[in-house]
Design a binder for this molecule. Structure first.
Ligand SMILES: [Zn+2]
Length: 138
């Protein structure tokens, strides 16, 4: 397993426990989400795992009317669209996630900069059920 896949796995395992984790560089303080082994800023390997507070603001978003297969299987379609946003976390990094709890029939109500907090959504049923990170209005 590659280093990236290993960290991706740890990230998704944390999601299953309702935790959003990242890493902080002990040398320069750079914070990454998902966590990394090498600092993207100063290339140090002195990284510690941290738990993010899950608070951020909406940086940009897209309402998806034609979903990829995995989301179509979860019940999304042109009549039931969903929103994907880039969330600027309070600690600095940005992360892409589904934004729930919005009125997608009126996208004008979705505001750039609106405060968000982390939540978790389960897609799929039975053994294929999987938990995903999402954000909702704070
Ligand atoms: Zn660094």
């Amino acid at each position: 397993m590659t280093d990236h896949a290993l960290h991706s796995k740890a990230f998704h395992e944390a999601i299953e426990e309702d935790l959003l984790i990242g890493s902080r560089c002990l040398v320069c303080g750079n914070i990454s989400v998902p966590q990394r082994q090498i600092c993207p800023n100063c290339h140090s390997d002195q990284m510690e795992r941290i738990q993010m507070n899950g608070i951020g603001t909406l940086a940009t978003f897209t309402v998806i009317y034609v979903p990829p297969t995995s989301m179509a299987d979860a019940g999304y379609n042109a009549k039931n669209p969903y929103c994907v946003g880039i969330v600027a976390l309070q600690e600095g990094p940005r992360i892409s996630a589904q934004i729930v709890g919005l009125d997608l029939s009126d996208p004008a109500t979705i505001k750039i900069g609106m405060p968000l907090k982390q939540t978790f959504v389960v897609r799929g049923e039975g053994e294929s059920a999987k938990k995903f990170l999402a954000f909702e209005p704070a």
